[in-house]
Write a new protein. Sequence first.
Length: 299
Amino acid sequence: MPSEALPSTNEREFLLSALQQNVRIDGRAFDEFRPIDLAFGDDYGQADVRMGKTRVLVNISAEVITPYPDRKFDGVFTISTELSPIASPAFEVGRQDQTELLMSRILEKTIRRSGALDTESLCIVSGQKCFHIRADIHVLDHDGNLVDASCVALVAALMHFRRPDVEVRGEEVTVFGLREREPVKLSMQHQPFCITTSYYEGGEVMLQDATLLEEHCREGEIIISINRFGEVCQVAKYGGTPVDGLSMLTCTNAALEKAKMLDKLVKSKLEEDEKQRFPGGLMAELSAENDRVQEKPVG
């Protein structure tokens, strides 16, 4: 497997020297994110997130399957990640590396195990039929902070997705197409976001939204999954350098502020997308229908 190009000694020393002087080489503050752009596709459940030069695309799909025998009242939700050579020459098709394993593990804990998606609402007939919601995460460009960008794209795609409506009459189950009946939103209990903090100098210097170069030079990282209410879903620390409790508390408080910012960003983009799909809104649609009903036949 090809190894990722590591920074030269001069690059590393320059970056660390700048951090000691409270300066990031791209001019950002230590707790500042790169510009975030969130766009939705033509189909429901497609979210494209750009965080600086990092780009992640998430696609949500649904199919009807038989539920697991030990979870008869629950639907199924799975997350699949793909790091291809498109994102970086260090990635190979069909081979999982440490980055991909880390992403999968963190996102599983953040979204699935925290109960962010209500899987009971995916049940159609207990023990017989349920919805299988699958999230495919494709990393298109890698310039650092993949976990945070992937989490934003995943949450946005889940909130944007609409599953087919179903009708159960006796033993008969009817799944309606998107043109036959209005599709149904997924039931989201809360919206957690991953916030990664990279630390240097034994925890004296901490950065958020590190670039790929900053990631190569860091001593370790702390990933906190938290929602806008301050509920922590998981905390993961990678790297051998110990970090004291006060630093962890500082990271958590900073993560809460960023989670509130990301939550507001996702919801505002969802509102913009809905207005583009339905320019007049629901009231205009009902008003137009009422006008048609009140029209008198000519002659």
